[in-house]
Design a protein around this ligand. Structure first.
Ligand SMILES: NC(=O)c1ccc[n+]([C@@H]2O[C@H](COP(=O)([O-])OP(=O)(O)OC[C@H]3O[C@@H](n4cnc5c(N)ncnc54)[C@H](O)[C@@H]3O)[C@@H](O)[C@H]2O)c1
Ligand SMILES: O=C(O)C(=O)C[C@@H](O)[C@H](O)[C@H](O)COP(=O)(O)O
Ligand SMILES: [Zn+2]
Length: 367
């Protein structure tokens, strides 16, 4: 299956096919004018999937320069960005060469950002290997590293030239990572597709147990939804792309509290944040309480921990708000929140006073 991301001169296809990892050469050849490709990955993915990927390329006469980085969110930092860009320059990567990101969202965000600044911008290809990256981060061109002040605060919009998704690689993904990726799948239903949320309720257990058909459906629906949003609002200048931030203003604050560590994975923060966004919507009389309860019940049934207390992240509300003020949507002292009028009815709310959010969070962290 191919999903197009129709962005005019920056348009690209998302190829989704089982077995694609070992058979990527025909699609990558035109992006390797020197017959060489730099492939950036992390140590987990290198051990599990790099050999098959490289063997497929070698069989087609393409040489590979491998760059293997440490796994985990801490890799999205200044030091690794410097190391990676210097290594790519040493390898003689030219503007017309594509750099390949083989891995999860961490490798994709970091490599995409490095590609955006290398020789003022070279091409890159996303080969996502986590559910999160296959349904979300590999599409749309948001690239970034984390800064001392917060999440994704230094980055660029830089679209990939190509996205290659092989759902088979999810077979080796730990269930905690699969679940974290699933949070971004549910997000599409909660934003604008109540029927898909119903599908999620019926199929989450199968998907999380490794059911290939359920995973394939989730990937296809998610990629189509994200491609449509990105086509309409590539750089989040309007309200359309901002909706993809549902759960993220809260989630990023808790990720910051966790020190961007595996105490709270990004998707786990998003699940907690989406539950809070629906609770806040209900508390403000915008959304039926039953919808907020349904969202919470579904996420809990998937195994997400939705209590900051039990996560060990019940920070004072004022400190959480301090993290939230770093949100890139902040404008002239006003922080827009992605709230909902119901399941599948997310919207951008610009009139939520920060002291009301602080009072809400005080209740949340004390519960
Ligand atoms: N750019 C965007 O639009 C966007 C969207 C969503 C999330 N993100 C970012 O993505 C990051 C999270 O990405 P992630 O959840 O993929 O995390 P990740 O990249 O850290 O990968 C999760 C873990 O799974 C391992 N792994 C990857 N593929 C594997 C496989 N097939 N088998 C076994 N292990 C495998 C990795 O080594 C890592 O340990 C966050 O930094 C988040 O901010 C970006
Ligand atoms: O692609 C987008 O737009 C998103 O918001 C997708 C999010 O899932 C992703 O986590 C993104 O990186 C968050 O964006 P940010 O602008 O808040 O850093
Ligand atoms: Zn996200």
């Amino acid at each position: 299956m191919i999903v197009e991301v129709p962005l005019g001169a920056r348009a690209y296809p998302i190829h989704i096919a089982p077995g694609l990892l070992a058979n990527a050469a025909p699609l990558l050849g035109r992006l390797a004018p020197r017959g060489r490709l730099a492939v950036v990955t992390d140590a987990h993915v290198a051990a599990l999937h790099l050999p098959a990927f490289v063997a497929g390329l070698a069989a087609a006469g393409l040489a590979v320069d491998e760059i293997v980085l440490p796994p985990g969110e801490a890799t999205k930092d200044w030091a690794t960005l410097e190391l990676l860009t210097e290594r790519l320059l040493q390898l003689g990567v030219e503007r017309s060469d594509a750099v390949v990101a083989l891995g999860g969202g961490v490798i994709g965000d970091l490599t995409g950002f490095a590609a955006s600044i290398l020789r003022r911008g070279c091409a890159f290809v996303q080969v996502p290997t986590t559910l999160l990256a296959q349904v979300d981060s590999s599409v749309g061109g948001k690239t970034a590293i984390n800064a001392a002040a917060g999440k994704n605060l230094v980055g660029a919009f830089h679209q990939p030239a190509l996205v290659l998704i092989d759902p088979d690689v999810l077979a080796t993904l730990p269930v905690r990572e699969l679940r974290a990726g699933y949070a971004e799948v549910v997000k599409y239903g909660l934003i604008g597709d109540p029927n898909f949320f119903g599908w999620c309720e019926a199929n989450a257990a199968a998907l999380l147990a490794g059911d290939a058909a359920a995973q394939a459906h989730a990937i296809a629906v998610s990629c189509r939804a994200k491609a449509a949003v990105v086509a309409e609002d590539e750089r989040e200048t309007g309200d359309v792309r901002a909706l993809l931030n549902l759960g993220h203003t809260f989630g990023h604050a808790f990720e910051a509290e966790a020190g961007f560590s595996d105490r709270l994975l990004h998707g786990e923060g998003v699940a907690l944040g989406m539950a809070l966004a629906f609770d806040l919507s209900a508390a403000r009389g915008l959304c039926p309480a039953a919808d907020a309860a349904r969202v919470r019940a579904h996420l809990a049934s998937c195994g997400f921990e939705l209590s900051p207390q039990r996560l060990g992240l019940a920070a004072p509300a004022a400190r959480l708000l301090h993290h939230m003020r770093q949100d890139k949507k902040m404008k002239a002292g006003t922080l827009p929140f992605i709230l909902a009028r119901g399941i599948g009815q997310a919207f951008v709310a610009r009139d939520v006073p920060l002291d009301a959010v602080e009072a809400f969070l005080s209740g949340v962290v004390a519960a």
